[in-house]
Design a protein around this ligand. Structure first.
Ligand SMILES: Nc1nc2c(ncn2[C@@H]2O[C@H](COP(=O)(O)OP(=O)(O)O)[C@@H](O)[C@H]2O)c(=O)[nH]1
Ligand SMILES: [Mg+2]
Length: 460
């Protein structure tokens, strides 16, 4: 695809910095450079070289900034188009001034993500890679970043391409049978089609199953710390954060609002919420607080149920444990520095099967924190700590597309078994093929593309 217009934007974030980058892409880029840039010393202006010089106001001859400029001749550039990169001094006014001159010289302001969109439309990246660019920028933890970088280098494109080519093979087999039936009057889909379809369905299913993990790497998870007053919830939040964020006092009912902070736990961004202590409320303010906690617990990805290991289980503890029975839950016994009292046998009897064993910690002194974070990680990911070695999907529209593809293939498989004419089976398979294409961008509807690129910043 070739665009006739040329886009320009400041690619560095607003504010003051050492350097600010103005990026220009499109057919006018070279002309803009020749008009505004004066290299020192004057001479050649070759592609893929970095030149020092000045940006000059062509009408007055005034120097607007001293810069480093690179011109990248298409197709060897991010967008696949002629691209100009002007490294200015990193101040808002100087960048605005140079950008305005670039716009006067024949560019128009770029929209959000428009450079990456052009890269995608010019086949420099497929859609999984374009989205990986966004994920790299937005990454909150090392693991999330590593997953996004893998994706940019094609780790997701590969299995998608493999599934696609298997569907194409399948379709070829079925269409051959259609041709055959037209010639001889008997439609016979090959025996192998059934197992072939099943194999593709299985592959799609295992890729779909990575969504939970991929989303967690990308967006993180919400973990609520819950427990009755004074068990040490705020102390634990502060401990995990490494700073005094929540007020800790021996007075029960100190925390009333939610306190939410994101921490990196074993590479996963975890939004931790400290909550008001759960007990029968003593006044209207406390009632509000407690009601909100129950609401919040419903939407949490996982709940850290904090108990006081130095005290007997209370009715409030039991109520919380019973209500959390269907949630991913980690029981934690705090105050391990004090003599233990809580009867772990009776606790175990209250926990549903599959709940990880309770972990003893001291929020006050920091004991057992490593075991706690490891257990939390295992609870939400259920995978080895090294991170993912397989391709992962992390975006909802990818999951939806895979499910659509699988549904088409299931209908094709059942149709084959039920004696559906091969023409109709082929139709279902085609639908699956289109759904797969939505992930790499081959068949993605325009509105979905627009939505994806609208998440980018200007200049990317
Ligand atoms: N001995 C001991 N005291 C703790 C520990 N964690 C918290 N506390 C104390 O328990 C009281 C209540 O703590 P806080 O974090 O406010 O509990 P919250 O009401 O659940 O948020 C404070 O006096 C804390 O110092 C611990 O591990 N050991
Ligand atoms: Mg508190």
């Amino acid at each position: 695809m070739t665009f006739r217009d040329t886009i320009a934007a400041i690619a560095t974030p607003p504010g003051i910095g050492g350097v600010g980058l103005i990026r220009v892409s499109g057919p006018a880029a070279e002309g803009i450079a020749r008009r505004l840039f004066s290299p020192t010393p004057p001479g050649n202006f070759l592609s893929h070289h970095l030149y020092h010089g000045n940006i000059i106001d062509p009408t007055t001859g005034a120097i607007l900034d001293e810069v480093l400029v690179a011109f990248l001749k298409e197709p060897r550039s991010y967008t696949g188009e002629d691209t100009l990169e002007i490294n200015c001094h990193g101040g808002p006014l100087v960048l605005r001034t140079v950008l305005e001159e670039v716009l006067r010289a024949g560019a128009r302001p770029a929209g959000r993500g428009e450079f990456t969109k052009r890269a995608f439309l010019n086949d420099r990246l497929d859609l999984t890679q374009a989205e990986a660019v966004l994920d790299i920028i937005a990454a909150k933890t090392r693991l999330g970043l590593a997953a996004a970088i893998d994706c940019l280098s094609g780790k997701l494109s590969e299995p998608i391409a493999a599934i696609r080519s298997e569907i194409i093979d399948l379709l070829a087999g079925i269409e051959a049978a259609i041709d055959f039936s037209e010639e001889d009057g008997v439609g016979e889909t090959p025996e192998s089609s059934h197992s072939q379809i099943q194999h593709i369905i299985d592959r799609i299913a295992s890729l779909t199953a990575t969504y939970r993990q991929g989303r967690i790497y990308r967006e993180g998870i919400g973990v609520v710390i819950a427990g009755r007053p004074n068990v040490g919830k705020s102390s634990l939040l502060n401990r995990l954060l490494g700073e005094k964020r929540a007020i800790v006092t021996p007075v029960p009912g100190t925390t009333r609002d939610f306190i939410e902070e994101t921490v990196d736990i074993g590479g996963i961004p975890v939004r931790l919420t400290d909550t008001a202590g759960l007990r029968p409320p003593e006044n209207a303010i406390e009632r509000e607080g407690v009601d909100l906690v129950w609401e919040r617990l419903k939407t949490a990805d996982a709940v850290l149920v904090l108990l006081d290991g130095s005290a007997d289980l209370t009715a409030d503890d039991r109520e919380l444990l019973v209500k959390m029975i269907s949630k991913p839950m980690l029981p934690v016994l705090n105050k391990s520095d004090l003599p233990p009292r809580l009867d772990e046998e009776s606790l175990r009897g209250l926990l549903p099967e599959g709940t990880p064993p309770a972990i003893r910690i001291s929020a006050k002194y920091g004991d057992g924190l490593d075991r706690l974070t490891a257990a939390l990680r295992d609870l939400v990911l259920a995978t080895p700590a090294e991170g993912a070695s397989e391709a992962m999907i992390g975006h909802l529209h990818q999951k939806t597309a895979l499910e659509k593809a699988a549904a088409g293939l299931v209908r094709a498989r059942d149709g084959l078994q039920g004696g559906l004419p091969p023409e109709l089976v082929a139709l279902e398979v085609r639908e699956a093929l289109d759904a797969i294409g939505e992930i790499t961008g081959r068949t993605t509807p325009e509105d979905v593309l627009d939505r994806i690129f609208a998440n980018f910043c200007i200049g990317k």
